[in-house]
Design a protein around this ligand. Structure first.
Ligand code: AOF
Ligand code: ZN
Length: 419
């Protein structure tokens, strides 16, 4: 194996370790690290979990040689792990940090261990690091290689890349639809207040995985009225914070007996522009967090009522009071979720909100689950009138039973420059 192949081989191992951090590293990135000694043998492995504080590099150094005092790094590493690692190589899925946050700089720990070479899959998009970690290692005389398995490493931390630069979550729009772009039969031809499944079981299990990977899930009150969803993470996989369930409800139509409300446990937030104190306090009494935002005027492209499928939908705009009060400002919702350390927001909504999010240019990645069936034009569409046609690029295609899943990045959150 030449050196490039070896670098990719060990980086794949580091990526496997990094994946152990999914669900437990946010609001930090999921990072993995493999340390080789000078003979090319694995000396230590580690990954980052937020509650354990240690970054992947420090976790691996500890695995290689026992505990490392957080400060000063040099002493601890030198005495315990240093001899074995001298002349060795570190494989890290993200550029090592060189700043002091909750923990000390990983660059110093690696240098102190006597490593000769550091291979990083990608730069750290955090503006506090962004290339400086690698510069610091080079300055200390280490060989630095950047780029093996970069695409995979970036795919793993898209949410972190978005949030660390813009303090807004990455928006992942999930839609489960028919081949003709429908998400439910015409209103009146299905029982209301229970979910209607378009896709098969395998796709639905994949959606549970998406919820596990996300910090929050967003829906609109229309979807709650139609489906009465629970929106919990039932993947059974480990996570450190409950999935935050977010409902946009401009005029507070969320029924008090909705499953979402009944199951609220510090994990349900409703964003509204309504100042109806009675509704607000009824929800708050049931453990629902209600955030009242200033209203935004109508969203461009949201002119769906002429399409016909809305007749009979609960809360149809023509008959519902409070609609004219304006819309929940989507950008402000994202800012607020960003402040709370939400890195990835999964959306599972209906046509109006899907359209508003797309038209507002707020969607970063789309994931469409397509079921091989046709429902016809009277069924509920996934999208309303879209101002600018959307074309997916570099599509990842997966198959779940008879369904197809198409995933595509609309806006790459990663900085384009390499250090
Ligand atoms: C690494 N290795 O395993 C991780 C890194 O507050 P702190 O000290 O935990 O620092 C958090 C920042 O460190 C985070 O924003 C990101 O830039 C970087 N994460 N860096 O070298 C790791 N998780
Ligand atoms: Zn670090």
């Amino acid at each position: 194996m030449n050196e490039e192949d070896q670098d990719r081989f060990w980086m794949q191992r580091a990526l496997d370790l990094a994946r152990r951090g999914i669900g437990v590293s946010s609001p930090n990135p999921a990072v993995g690290c493999v340390l080789l000694d000078s003979a090319g043998q694995v000396a230590g492995e580690g990954w980052h979990e937020y509650d354990r504080f240690d970054h992947a590099e420090v976790a691996a150094l500890k695995a290689a040689g026992g505990p490392i005092p957080s400060s000063p790094f040099a002493e601890g590493v030198e005495s315990r792990a240093g001899s074995r690692l001298r002349g060795g190589t570190a494989y890290v899925t993200l550029e090592p940090c060189n700043h002091t946050g909750r923990t000390g700089p990983c660059t110093e720990a690696l240098i102190a261990a006597g490593l000769r070479r550091v291979v990083a899959a990608t730069i750290d998009p955090n503006p506090a690091v962004a290339g400086h970690g690698l510069d610091h290692l080079r300055g200390a005389g280490l060989d630095v290689v950047l780029g093996p398995c970069e695409a995979e490493a970036r795919r793993l931390n898209e949410g972190f890349a978005c949030w660390s630069q813009h303090r807004r979550p990455l928006v992942l729009m999930k839609v489960a639809m028919t081949l003709d772009g429908r998400i439910a039969p015409p209103p009146g031809e299905r029982p209301l207040r229970e979910p209607y499944w378009i896709t098969g079981e395998a796709s639905r299990a994949a959606v549970q995985t998406l919820r596990w990977q996300a910090d929050a899930v967003l829906t609109g009150v229309d979807t709650v009225l139609a489906d009465d969803p629970l929106l919990t993470d039932r993947s059974g996989l480990r996570r450190r914070r409950p999935l935050l369930r977010v409902v946009l409800d401009s005029s507070l139509r969320l029924p008090l007996d909705a499953k979402l409300v009944a199951s609220a446990h510090d994990d349900l937030v409703v964003f509204t522009v309504s100042t109806d104190e009675t509704r607000v306090s009824a929800l708050r009494q049931r453990g629902v967090r209600v955030e009242v935002l200033p209203a935004e005027a109508g969203v461009p492209g949201d002119r769906s009522s002429s399409l016909g499928w809305e007749a009979g939908v609960p809360g149809d705009r023509s008959s519902s009071p409070g609609r004219e009060a304006g819309r929940v400002p989507l950008g402000k919702v994202l800012d607020k979720l960003g402040e709370e350390g939400i890195l990835t927001l999964l959306t599972e909504t209906g046509p109006r909100l899907n359209t508003a999010l797309l038209t507002g240019g707020l969607v970063d990645r789309v994931q469409l689950f397509v079921s091989p069936q046709l429902m016809g034009s009277s069924a509920v569409p996934a999208f309303c009138l879209i101002a600018h046609p959307l074309r997916m690029d570099k599509v990842e295609v997966e198959r779940y039973g008879d369904d197809l899943a198409l995933s595509s990045l609309l806006k790459d959150p990663w900085p384009q420059t390499r250090s």
